[in-house]
Design a protein around this ligand. Structure first.
Ligand SMILES: COc1cccc2onc(N)c12
Length: 119
């Protein structure tokens, strides 16, 4: 009947932005987040963008969050993970940058699991 055809739309999973906002805040305030707070400065690191084709950083993620780009956890996880993979690609394992990426990634994943947003 007509009612079935016009049933309420299925709730979009992960539609509530609050958990992602809380995790973004926690990650940004972690002691290991300092290399990732803004885009890598080409003036400071002239060859960075020769190596890294899909840059990402926490300021850019915050802008995407505000713009409601993260309509699912997968989009959020993809951008956050790219921050860490880019860092481990450009920097050698014995650098503070590389160590910060590993530390912050573990923290990020723990926060996502805590929120029930990690598969
Ligand atoms: C200030 O951050 C950097 C400075 C220089 C090289 C870098 O690789 N990945 C970074 N986050 C980075």
């Amino acid at each position: 009947g007509w009612r079935a055809a016009r049933a309420a739309p299925e709730p979009q999973p992960d539609a509530d932005p609050a958990p992602l906002r809380n995790i973004m805040h926690a990650v940004k305030n972690h002691g290991a987040a300092w290399p990732f707070l803004k885009p890598v400065d080409k003036a400071e690191v002239p060859d960075y963008y020769d190596h890294i084709k899909y840059p990402m950083d926490l300021r850019s993620m915050g802008e995407r969050l505000k713009a409601r780009y993260y309509v699912s956890r997968r989009l959020f996880i993809a951008d956050m993970t790219r921050i860490f993979t880019n860092c481990r690609l450009y920097n050698s394992p014995d650098t503070d940058y590389y160590r910060c990426a590993n530390t912050l990634e573990k923290y990020f994943q723990a926060k996502m699991k805590e929120a029930g947003l990690w598969d």
